[in-house]
Design a binder for this molecule. Structure first.
Ligand code: CP
Length: 355
């Protein structure tokens, strides 16, 4: 059998140069169909003009790093006005597709509840059981969802930058619900929202982030958010999980290998799960990790008396923290999950310009 040359994939997920359709004269049934010579972009298959936007689609939320201070503060303020117990019809008739290539409980369910609390319709598409399993590209999936009527896409993807790519090729808002080891902006916003429910401001707050910083998109987003508003962040863990390079994430970050040092005087203690699914060959001795870094009630006493304990979840009781800490009065872990709904209502409202 002769070999068939495989065309190179373009950034658009197509197979080469896009050629524009002839202008639509309103007689599309009589429109000349261009000959199938050369490669076509996936947008052409969907009857869309060639599009590679230099800026992401309006209303998208892709990361914290590139948001302006005011945009962050406006979102936090808007979330305070959102209450899922008082449903609103701000997004009535809008169709929001939740496109999840990775597992999720909190983010997925709270975006869904948030969207529905604003009157939007939601559809869940997971990689398992969809045509993604058959090899459909990210952009072909995006154009397909657009064609079925999506007005916005909330996407979680294992590759950093996937939402950014999508937002440059589709004209509807794209919301990043976690992209690989890059960012998880809605989690950082709900964490900021939670902190401000317990503390007056971010300025001068001492925040200890303990655990698997290396794989944590939540930490990346949180460092971008909290450091810019004056919080003093200390990252803590073994070098395999907190490399020295992590101190360059945001200005003023400190690193320590000693949990006691991170905890002394802390106002906020953020714990992170060891992401065993992303370790890929890195050796972590869990028993040693537990002995050195697990948050216990005794260790927590080193932090300020009114310190709050946070964790983006999912939590693994008995690993990065004890059950006693999960359920102690200082724990704001369930509060974070609860706050995810109004925060995501604000994010979705902003996506459609309903500020
Ligand atoms: N915090 C967070 O992203 O949790 P899920 O993976 O359950 O969505």
């Amino acid at each position: 059998m002769g070999r068939v040359a495989k065309p190179a994939l373009s950034a658009a997920g197509g197979t080469g140069e896009a050629r524009p359709f002839p202008p639509d004269d309103g007689k599309s049934h009589r429109r000349a169909i261009p000959p199938c010579s050369g490669a076509r972009s996936p947008r052409m298959m969907h009857g869309l003009p060639s599009l590679h936007m230099t800026t992401p689609s309006r209303g998208s939320l892709l990361d914290i790093e590139h948001l302006e201070d005011k945009q962050i503060l406006d979102l936090l303020k808007l979330a305070r006005r959102m209450d899922p117990r008082k449903p609103r019809s701000l997004l009535r008739g809008k169709r929001i597709i939740l496109l999840f290539y990775e597992a999720s409980t909190r983010t997925r369910s709270s975006f869904e509840v948030a969207a529905q609390s604003l009157g939007a319709l939601t559809t869940l598409v997971q990689s398992s059981g969809s045509s993604i399993e058959k090899g459909e590209s990210l952009l072909d999936t995006a154009y397909t969802l657009r064609a079925v009527g999506a007005d916005a896409i909330v996407i979680r993807h294992p590759s950093a930058g996937a939402p950014h790519l999508m937002a440059r090729h589709i004209e509807i808002p794209v919301i990043n619900a976690g992209d690989g080891m890059h960012e998880h902006p809605s989690q950082a916003l709900l964490d900021g929202f939670t902190i401000l429910k317990h503390k007056k401001s971010f300025k001068g707050l001492r925040i200890a982030i303990i655990g698997d910083v290396y794989h944590s998109r939540v930490t990346r987003s949180n460092c971008h958010l909290l450091a810019r508003f004056g919080a003093k962040i200390t990252l803590c863990g073994p070098p395999e999980l907190v490399p020295d390079l992590a101190s360059t994430l945001a200005p003023g970050l400190a690193i320590t290998r000693h949990v006691e040092g991170a905890l002394r005087g802390a106002d906020v203690v953020m714990l992170l799960r060891v992401q065993q699914e992303r370790l890929a060959g890195r050796k972590i001795q869990l028993q040693e990790y537990i002995a050195r870094y697990q948050m216990t009630a005794a260790r927590l006493k080193l932090a300020k008396q009114d310190a709050i304990v946070m964790h983006p979840g999912p939590i693994i009781r008995g690993l990065e923290l004890t059950s006693e800490v999960v359920d102690c009065p200082q724990s704001a872990i369930v509060d974070e999950v609860r706050n995810g709904v109004p925060m995501r209502m604000a994010i979705l409202a902003r996506a459609f310009g309903k500020n």
